[in-house]
Write a protein that binds this ligand. Structure first.
Ligand code: ZN
Ligand code: ZN
Length: 199
């Protein structure tokens, strides 16, 4: 427990959904569930009530493109309002002459959504609350999963912290907010984390 060699920067992040999973609270029964993801989808499953959710991670682009019946020019109108994106045909105004006509809505896969980070104690895939979540002086203290929690406890309890020898310059601990690393808070935060670990 005296010294610890830190882990590379991205060891624990929302990307964990693609590897070991993120532990979250089930939106139905508040018991423990897990969020996992691959390139195309994110998945949630609850270990207690069996509730499951899947989310498409593809970002689609919607537009109506056609040749204007009035001015003859080819136009493209992007459909950005989510409420309109479910229609297969929409009335749009030609951007050149302003004449309104109906056109087929085209849906194209544009990209895969990039992975946002943990925000306000919630994972970015479904927005579910993290399972290992507590607060210290009004600030969120959390871990993505049990492995991450164990790392935090070990890291913050260590007397000597070393960066990995040949690894990247930025390490996992660089993610940690300063208030967690401050000497005067560390002991109390470790206590909170240990409590979480034991639940
Ligand atoms: Zn549940
Ligand atoms: Zn026109």
């Amino acid at each position: 427990m005296a010294r610890i060699v830190d882990k590379p920067y991205w060891t624990f992040s929302a990307y964990n959904a693609c590897t070991s999973g993120i532990q979250v609270k089930c939106p139905k029964c508040r018991a423990e569930g897990v969020v996992t993801a691959d390139d195309k989808h994110a998945y949630f499953r609850c270990m207690s009530c069996g509730h499951q959710e899947t989310r498409d991670r593809t970002i689609y682009h919607y537009d109506v493109h056609n040749q204007c019946k009035n001015c003859g020019r080819y136009y493209r109108v992007d459909i950005e309002e989510e409420s309109k994106q479910c229609f297969s045909v929409l009335h749009v105004a030609c951007p050149y002459c302003g004449v309104i006509m109906s056109g087929e809505v085209h849906k194209t896969a544009e990209a895969y959504s990039y992975t946002a980070e943990i925000m306000d104690g919630r994972e970015p895939y479904f927005g579910f609350e993290l399972w290992f979540l507590t607060s210290f002086q009004g600030k969120w203290v959390w871990a993505i999963n049990r492995e991450h929690l164990a790392y935090l406890i070990e890291y913050l309890s260590a007397v000597l912290r070393e960066k990995p020898k040949d690894g990247p310059k930025k390490t996992q601990a660089d993610h940690l907010p300063t208030f967690m690393k401050t000497a005067k808070n560390r002991e109390r935060i470790v206590k909170l984390l240990v409590k979480l670990y034991e639940t």
